[in-house]
Design a protein around this ligand. Structure first.
Ligand code: KMH
Ligand code: ZN
Length: 273
């Protein structure tokens, strides 16, 4: 089966002082996404920054970035509703009103590095319901084993359509599971049948765990949100070397890259008018 490759060009934490090539403004993000699309990515996972480069859920900035991407390529847009640790949930959830094809759904609150990632159960349930109404497919972000159980409870409560459920196994956030092969295997074993999943490995284990995910039949994500360095001591010069490396990994493991159309089919994305 083909690999769905998601590009994650910018996250909620790093700044241009960590990697000067981090794209933060709408044109920069659109250019990075377009380059990744040309290399084989079919999904773009997006966070936004205000003009001072702080994480934001500003709908005008998000809308402009989506428009700039759509002018350049048909990549499937997935908005992060994680946004940034200091952005209130009500602002984060409003992003789905822009009707991206997909958005992340973070099921539980947790420590996140030195900060706190607040996802109260009632708010998460409301967002899940709204995403279903709007036809925005959730990508369920699992930072620990209990987060998977929380998602399955939401499915059982009728808040998630399960054909197929789409999971990210997030490894290496301080406050969640450590980035180890053992933790990845534990989570993969516990996933429900017929779901779709990828590894998000933060930091230095990014390469080896992404490779493991592809070898195990999962999808893959690449970009500066998850790894600022290509290897110890070597900053990635833009997103593209990280994306190209995962393309090479998938090819070496004899897995082709899913086109946008294949990705729509594999994930059974709701069609938008
Ligand atoms: N930043 C990653 C640890 C989201 O944006 O909602 C997980 C992530 C989730 O990408
Ligand atoms: Zn993200």
């Amino acid at each position: 089966m083909s690999v769905v490759l998601t590009v994650a060009p910018t996250g909620p934490i790093a700044t241009k002082s960590d990697n000067p090539t981090l794209p933060t403004q709408p044109h920069e993000i659109a250019e990075a996404v377009h380059e990744a699309y040309r290399a084989g990515a079919s999904v773009a996972h997006l966070h936004f920054r205000d003009p001072a480069d702080r994480p934001t859920a500003d709908l005008a900035i998000a809308g402009l970035t989506m428009e700039l991407i759509r002018e350049r390529c048909p990549i499937l847009i997935q908005l992060s509703t994680g946004v940034g640790l200091e952005v209130p949930f009500t602002e984060r959830e409003a992003l789905v009103e822009l009707r991206p094809r997909m958005a992340t759904l973070n099921p539980c609150s947790m420590s996140f590095g030195t900060g706190e990632f607040r996802n109260p159960p009632k708010d998460v349930a409301r967002l899940a319901e709204r995403m279903r109404e709007l036809g925005v497919k959730p990508e369920l972000e699992i930072y620990d084993t209990g987060h998977l159980d929380a998602c399955l409870r939401m499915r059982d409560a009728g808040l998630l359509d399960d054909e197929p459920l789409q999971f990210s196994i997030v490894l290496g956030v301080r406050g969640g599971m450590a980035a180890t092969p053992d933790n990845l295997l534990t989570l993969v074993r516990r996933l429900p049948p017929a779901c779709v999943w990828q590894v998000i490995a933060i930091g230095s284990a990014n390469l080896s765990l992404t490779a493991m995910g592809i070898a195990l039949g999962g999808n893959a994500r690449a970009g500066l949100e998850d790894a600022l360095y290509l290897r110890k001591g070597e900053l990635s010069t833009t997103n593209q070397p990280l994306v190209d490396r995962v393309v090479r990994l998938a090819t070496a493991l004899d897995r082709s890259l899913a086109s946008v159309e294949e990705t729509e089919d594999l994930l059974r994305l709701p069609q938008h008018a």
